[in-house]
Design a protein around this ligand. Structure first.
Ligand code: GLP
Length: 245
């Protein structure tokens, strides 16, 4: 695991964009795993600039997002499909038909999740998976648990996640209570993984996840077992782990 402490949010975003840009140059038909949350917004803006400048192209890329709220369809402004269109897909040369987000509008969770898992496998698996990190160590929407969930599945969101994500909704009552998410097994099958984290409120969980024991109560800790992980954090998010490296 390579841990890079960037100087600030802009530096973190640029360094992370560089990892993705290098991947696209090496393999134009990359299968990209993508993430939402506020952390990757800056790196998506960098990728849009790179694409505008003709430095990279998404023309042959296929993408799979980590997760989606159950019950929101892609036109809802808090759906992760909407987020991806708004921050990346609408501004680059990607074929939208080859961008995938779990189907939150399908109430049949078994079918929605099985179809998603199958689509990832049929595409040949993810080459590079981008991840953010929840305050409790969740990745995608894999919340702390007593086991590592393997495949794409439905989850009940924890109170802390509902609370954290309520800042984006009109009221906490509007936050969906469930989501569909790639499993830890789905994520671990990616050939390489890029984690980004920003802010002092992530400093403890970054240190716990990447220097503490590998336990399902801290889902991101499993990434210690993956052979190709790069973690890029800003200075505040790296404040605790920097003394443990
Ligand atoms: C949500 C998403 C995660 C994301 C996390 C952190 O819960 N499901 O994929 O990593 O939020 O978000 P932020 O980057 O806003 O801190």
């Amino acid at each position: 695991m390579q841990i890079i402490i960037a100087s600030n949010y802009e530096d973190m975003s640029r360094k992370a964009a560089d990892v993705i840009a290098a991947q696209l140059k090496e393999k134009p038909d990359t299968i990209l795993g993508l993430a939402t949350g506020s952390t990757p917004i800056g790196l998506y803006a960098e990728l849009v600039n790179d694409c505008d400048a003709g430095l990279i192209s998404f023309a042959d890329v296929e993408s799979f997002n980590l997760d989606e709220y159950r019950g929101l369809d892609g036109t809802h402004d808090q759906s992760y499909r909407y987020f991806m269109n708004h921050h990346l897909f609408d501004h680059v040369d990607i074929d939208k038909a080859r961008t995938h987000v779990p189907d939150g509008s399908n109430p049949d969770s078994d079918t929605a999740c099985a179809e998603y898992e199958h689509a990832i496998a049929a595409a040949g698996g993810v080459d590079l998976q981008l991840l953010g990190l929840g305050h409790n160590g969740h990745v995608g929407f894999n919340e702390p648990a007593d086991h590592f969930p393997v495949d794409t599945h439905i989850v009940d969101l924890t109170e802390s996640t509902i609370q954290a994500n309520s800042r984006l909704f009109d009221s906490i009552d509007d936050v969906p209570r469930q989501a569909y998410t790639m499993g830890i097994g789905t994520i671990m099958k990616a050939a390489s993984i890029l984690v980004v984290a920003n802010g002092a409120d992530k400093a403890n969980i970054i240190a716990e996840a990447f220097t503490g024991p590998v336990v399902p109560s801290v889902p991101a800790s499993v990434l210690q077992l993956h052979p190709r992980v790069t973690v890029i954090v800003n200075e505040e998010a790296g404040a605790v782990i920097k003394d443990r490296l």
